[in-house]
Design a binder for this molecule. Structure first.
Ligand SMILES: [Zn+2]
Length: 141
């Protein structure tokens, strides 16, 4: 899977992820348009990346590439910006996205709030916001 990566480094005013520790392989893949999750040998799949498996405690669970598609588990429409850099972006939508592979992540939903519904199919795209990271952003299928 390789999703589009749109360069927003010039215009992005929001928070910028700083890759550290277990998140380094995750953010490196985003620059190539790939969304990765951790798939532990015990069967647990998790996202965001962590140094240990949340189920069995194994260290450094390996990464697998997601197909980048899933459904809206739930979402909220933000009318008051959670970050100063989002002030001129309101209303914006934050969703809990359930990937087809199982893990859920919180991400921006780039869509008109009136067009969204729980359970709807979405796919990932990326906004490059720094030299080190591209944010996963989901759009309706
Ligand atoms: Zn495990």
């Amino acid at each position: 899977m390789s999703a589009p990566v749109e360069d927003r480094r010039e215009s992005w005013d929001g928070p910028v992820p700083v890759p550290t520790g277990a998140t380094v392989p995750f953010w490196a893949a985003t620059l190539e348009g790939t969304l990765r999750y951790q798939a532990c040998d015990c069967g647990n799949r998790q996202l965001y990346p962590r140094a240990v498996c949340t189920d069995c405690g194994a260290e450094d669970p390996p990464f697998e590439d997601s197909e980048g598609v899933g459904t809206i588990y739930t979402y909220t429409v933000c009318h008051v910006p959670g970050e100063p850099g989002f002030a001129d972006r309101t209303p914006y939508v934050v969703g809990a996205i359930e990937l087809d592979e199982g893990p859920r992540l919180l991400a921006l939903l780039d869509a008109d709030p009136d067009d969204l519904e729980i359970g709807a199919a979405v796919s990932v795209t990326f906004w490059r916001v720094s030299d080190e990271a591209a944010m996963p952003v989901f759009v309706p299928e």
